[in-house]
Write a protein that binds this ligand. Structure first.
Ligand code: IMP
Ligand code: MG
Length: 184
């Protein structure tokens, strides 16, 4: 549904969970940690569209070593209670990742289904190494076993918006992470 009303837009922002300053501070730390870890190695940052685009944009500017960037998009197919979900890659990477140390830059891990399957698919392409950094992790919502290599914030199992994350395609442009008001 299209939303043009400013009051309606604001009324669904329940509370700020992580401020802009808190985000920037953690991302700065992560950037310098990664710049050390991947020094001298061909680094490819892979982002899964669309949610991670803001995090990627900020994180890559805190990385001080050479790196390349690529994008992919996925569509999930999993029904009801199942915990054997698979995802289809609907937009493919341009890079041959066998030449790179790959770092998947993700916005949020919820059930874990998306990343578990993406990691499996990318590992089959024999990258030099493959790690995952996620901005947010809802550890209580996991349906399959999956752990990121780096997590910037663990959050409670509530629906969040902002900083790339959407509800019905809106709120991606908020500069902070907020809890979405789901009632009404
Ligand atoms: P998973 O496969 O359940 O781990 O889902 C991961 C994807 O679901 C994320 O990349 C988001 O696109 C979406 N997602 C999960 N939780 C939230 C949320 O709280 N707000 C917005 N998107 C979410
Ligand atoms: Mg995502």
């Amino acid at each position: 549904m299209l939303m043009t009303n400013q009051q309606e837009f604001k009324s669904r922002i329940k509370r700020v969970l992580i401020t802009e300053a808190e985000l920037q501070e953690r991302i700065k730390q992560a950037g310098s940690m990664l710049s050390e870890e991947y020094q001298g190695k061909p680094l490819l940052l892979v982002s899964i569209l669309k949610g991670a685009f803001v995090f990627l944009a900020d994180l890559c500017r805190e990385i001080t070593i050479p790196c390349e960037i690529d994008f992919m998009a996925t569509k999930s197919y999993y029904g009801g209670t199942t915990n054997c979900g698979t995802v289809n890659i609907v937009y493919e990477l341009e890079h041959d990742i066998s030449q790179y140390h790959v770092l998947i830059v993700e916005d949020i891990i919820d059930t874990g289904i998306t990343l578990k399957d993406v990691v499996k698919k990318l590992k089959a392409r024999n990258p030099l190494s493959l790690k995952v950094i996620t901005l947010l992790d809802k550890t209580d919502a996991r349906k399959v076993e999956f752990e990121a290599d780096y997590t910037l914030f663990e959050i409670p199992n509530e629906y969040v918006i902002g900083y790339g994350l959407d509800s019905g395609e809106y709120y991606r442009n908020l500069p902070y992470i907020a809890v979405f008001d789901e009632k009404r």
